[in-house]
Each structure stands twice: as C-alpha cells, then as structure tokens.
Design a protein around this ligand. Structure first.
Ligand SMILES: Nc1nc2c(ncn2[C@@H]2O[C@H](COP(=O)(O)OP(=O)(O)O)[C@@H](O)[C@H]2O)c(=O)[nH]1
Ligand SMILES: [Mg+2]
Length: 292
C-alpha cells in the first residue's frame, strides 16, 4: 500500500469540563438532559425518558396510545420535517416521558427517519428504549433490534403481534430470546392491551437500574479492521470509561461517519458518558489507517 492511500485524521476533543458532567449512579436517570433539550425534549417535569423504536407497522403507535392515553401531543423534530409524538405516563410513582421515534428498518442513518431515530438514541441517551418487534416477522425485525443494542444497553424488547404469530402457527420462546439478546423481552398484543403491564414493569426495572442488561453485540470483523477498531475503542475508553457503546462509536469513526465525527468535535459524545473521563488522558483520538 502506498503512502497516498493512508488516511490520517485527527479529531480534537474539547477538554473535559467536570461542571457539565452529570454525576452517575446505577439508579439515577441515565438520560442526557442537555442533549435532549437540543433535540427538543424538555425533561424538567419528568423523571425518565423512554424512546419507542421499531420497524413501520409493528404496532408502535398502538403501544404509544395505550401507554399515554390522552396525555400526548405531536409536533416536528427540531429543524426536520419529521413528525414526532410525545406523551407521558406514571408508573410506580415515577413520571415517564415517552417519545415515539420514526419507524425505521435500520439505524444506518441513510434516511431522515433513520437519522432522527439514531440521533435520539445516541445523543438523548434515553433511560430505556423499547424496541417493538413483530413476532410474526421476527427475523426481519431483529435487524433493527440488534442495531439499537449496539448503541444503548438500556433496552426492552416488546414482542408484539403475538396473536398474529399464533394465527400463523408460530410461537416465540421469549425467555430464550431474552437470554440471547441480553435484555428483557415482553410478549404483547398491544391492540387488546395484553402484556402491557409486564412491559411497564420491565421498563421501570431497566430505568431504575433494577435490571442491568447485557446486550448481545455482533462481532464479525476482518482482522485488520479489528486491530484498528481495538485501538480506537481503547482510546475512547481511556477518555470516557463509561461510554456505553465505545465499539460502535469506534467503528462509525473509522467508517468516516460525519455526524459522529462532528459530535466528537463538539464534545457531545463525551456527554454520553455518565461519569468523568480520565483527566490524565490526552483528549485527542487519532484515526489512522496503518498499511496492511
Ligand atoms: N393483531 C394485532 N394487531 C395489532 C397489534 N398491535 C397493533 N396492531 C395493528 O397493527 C396495525 C399497525 O399498528 P400501528 O400501531 O399503527 O403500527 P406502527 O406503524 O408501528 O405505529 C394497526 O392496524 C393496529 O391496530 C397486535 O398486537 N395484534
Ligand atoms: Mg406509527
């Protein structure tokens, strides 16, 4: 490989400012209030924020309506033509804000809808993300679920439309699925409110830290890629020990994902960490492809 094919880029990260960093604890809300404000979500009257994600047509709006009733309103995402529904509910004495994300098949940010959904989960760092999946089309739906699990470890899978699945002679072993995914899986028939109490319980348990998820993350990387990702991930870890998705961020940076690079430059990525980064660490990450 000649020198001209070596891509070199340095990203400067703003020095760490402890006054801007929330103090983390296991049962404290994990969401990022400052980033949420930028995303148009005011958390001043709420304890937790829950995002609702899923492919189109899986019953997301049905779940949203069932949980929020009349306590909801719609508007646009700031600066976007994408509509957003927002609502709230109370459970076990806590106030939950629920944000319906645009329906998406992936979080690769190749469409405006996918970008909005990804940015909300990445920067808003919701206390819980409910991924609604269609039990009768599980394989296709797990694509999005696995991508969400790459970005956040605070997930509850709502296995919806189990009545439809049953009609097609399909049963899903939700316990096995939960073990494999490393997050709670709750079977529901949202249209008749079946399973929604269990869903709320699981959401509450993840929000309050009673359940700590161990999300399944796919690792199929070519050796050269693995080496580069290991290096960037290690530097991210040194800066932000609690970043929940350092591997994913490392891979996005290596891929040249402009939104993530800009977020690093603005210091927004650092805000994703719930505790102070190592102040000894040099706040510079070098992205550097080494010749094979
Ligand atoms: N049979 C059945 N239908 C459902 C269920 N949940 C939602 N639906 C229906 O599925 C369709 C799509 O639901 P919707 O909530 O609009 O999906 P969204 O696109 O994900 O928001 C609607 O006709 C719902 O009434 C369910 O659990 N079982
Ligand atoms: Mg909908």
């Amino acid at each position: 490989m000649s020198d001209s094919t070596i891509k070199k880029e340095t990203i400067k990260i703003e020095p760490f400012d402890p006054s801007k960093m929330p103090t983390g604890c296991d049962s404290c809300p994990a969401h990022n209030a400052a980033n949420l404000r930028r995303l148009g979500v005011d958390m001043s009257e709420w304890d937790y924020v829950v995002a609702l994600a899923g492919n189109p047509n899986v019953g997301k709006s049905t779940v949203f309506n069932a949980l929020t009733g009349l306590r909801q309103h719609t508007g646009n995402w700031p600066g976007k033509t994408v509509t957003r529904a927002e609502g709230g509910f109370e459970y076990a004495g806590a106030r939950f804000k629920l944000v319906d994300l645009p329906g998406a098949y992936s979080l690769l940010a190749t469409s405006l809808d996918e970008e909005v959904a990804r940015d909300f989960i990445l920067f808003g760092q919701p206390d819980v993300t409910i991924v609604v999946v269609d039990a009768s089309r599980l394989e296709r739906n797990l694509n999005l679920a696995l991508q969400v699990l790459e970005i956040t470890d605070r997930v509850v899978v709502c296995l919806n439309l189990v009545d439809e699945a049953r009609r097609h002679g399909l049963t899903v072993d939700e316990r096995h699925l939960a073990r494999r995914l490393g997050v709670p899986v709750v079977p529901t028939v949202a249209r008749s409110r079946e399973g929604l109490d269990a869903l709320l319980q699981a959401v509450n348990d993840v929000a309050t830290g009673k359940i700590v998820c161990k999300p399944h993350r796919l690792r199929h990387e070519l050796p050269g890629m693995k080496q580069a990702a290991d290096k960037v991930e290690a530097e991210l870890h040194a800066l932000y020990p609690n970043l929940p998705n350092a591997r994913w961020v490392a891979l996005r940076l290596l891929d040249g994902d402009e939104a993530i690079i800009q977020a690093m430059r603005r210091g927004e990525l650092g805000d994703l960490s719930r505790s102070a980064p190592n102040s000894e660490a040099v706040n510079v990450i070098r992205l550097e492809a080494t010749p094979a």
